[in-house]
Design a protein around this ligand. Structure first.
Ligand SMILES: Nc1ncnc2c1ncn2[C@@H]1O[C@H](COP(=O)(O)OP(=O)(O)OP(=O)(O)O)[C@@H](O)[C@H]1O
Ligand SMILES: [Mg+2]
Length: 295
């Protein structure tokens, strides 16, 4: 049984707009899964179904075998931690410490146990010194960490993050990616995130669901989905920049490779491999001094 099980779900908003059409996805414990899609694809709508903020018009959603229905919402929300795209939608307490304690207090955790859990979450999120500050007076990246700490404090099984790196600077993006990967690896928390950032998705996902116009177009491992270039481009998204560069070098006859790199780490391997090859391998630099034109 999948930890997150969405079966044939459709969702129609009150004004009649159909935001999701027959969407299914299954996510196992410990996976890192991206929902990749352009604006209006239905990512946020789908995520709101996962913790019962919205109820499916048809189809079923269950978490750890538990249907997402009114009577189960307390249990569902202790299993599914949601980090909103806009932290201002999430933070409403007057201090960071109160913000992080809020969900725990709702779960009737008090005293030393409460203090310990808050300290732990602040520490994991890298904001140990921020407890007495007002969330209002923090930067966007700091607010994101507070939102993350408030959710992590409840030790969710699944962390659902809607556009987690939007509005962060490059340093903030790499810090958050490192933090989320550590949370996944060491705390075994399942990650599901929405994004349209092709460079970021491969750094944080094992699998990708590609969405457009309320439907899942395709899904598979991250490299399988990015291998379907036409599908990605058809919906107005792009490949990671290093994959695009590799494509140009191949088109211009400069490089030959069987594995398209999606991250700089992967590109270093492919390019480094090609540069040291004398020929006959899978990755080959064909002509290093040719002039190329690229878009
Ligand atoms: N409350 C609402 N009432 C009616 N239509 C809505 C409502 N909220 C969203 N929609 C519509 O549903 C569709 C999916 O919206 P959703 O916010 O889920 O997309 P998204 O993939 O999260 O987009 P983005 O990348 O811009 O965040 C859009 O066409 C949107 O206009
Ligand atoms: Mg959205």
């Amino acid at each position: 049984m999948a930890l997150v099980d969405v079966k044939n779900v459709s969702y129609v908003y009150a004004d009649g707009h159909q935001a999701l059409e027959n969407v299914s996805l299954q996510i196992e414990k410990g996976e890192r899964v991206a929902v990749l899609g352009p604006n209006g694809a239905g990512k946020s709508t789908l995520f709101q179904l996962l913790n019962g903020l919205l109820q499916a018009t048809s189809g079923t959603v269950s978490i750890d075998g538990l249907p997402v229905e009114k009577k189960n919402l307390f249990q569902i929300r202790s299993k599914v931690g949601m980090v909103f795209q806009d932290s201002d939608d999430q933070l409403f307490n007057s201090s960071v410490r109160q913000e992080v304690a809020y969900g725990l207090m709702n779960m009737h955790i008090t005293g030393k146990e409460l203090e310990k859990a808050v300290d732990w979450a602040l520490d994991v999120a890298g904001i140990a010194g921020y407890g007495s500050k007002s969330p209002n007076n923090l930067s966007g990246g700091e607010k994101k960490r507070v939102a993350l700490a408030s959710v992590l404090a409840m030790k969710p099984e699944v962390l659902v993050l809607d556009e987690p790196t939007a509005a962060l600077d490059p340093h903030g993006v790499s810090n958050l990616i490192r933090l989320l990967n550590t949370i996944n690896k060491e705390l075994h928390i399942t990650l599901i995130f929405a994004s349209h950032d092709a460079d970021m998705v491969p750094l944080l996902s094992d699998r990708v669901y590609l969405m457009d116009s309320g439907k899942i177009l395709t899904y598979g491992t991250t490299s399988e989905v990015f291998g379907q270039k036409e599908n990605i481009r058809k919906i107005g998204l792009r490949l990671p920049r290093v994959a695009h560069l590799t494509e140009i070098l191949e088109r211009d006859g400069i490089l030959k490779t069987e594995s398209i790199p999606l991250t700089i780490g992967q590109a270093r391997k492919v390019f480094g491999n090609a540069a040291t090859l004398t020929g006959g391998g899978t990755d080959t630099i064909v002509g290093r001094n040719q002039n190329t034109q690229s878009g």
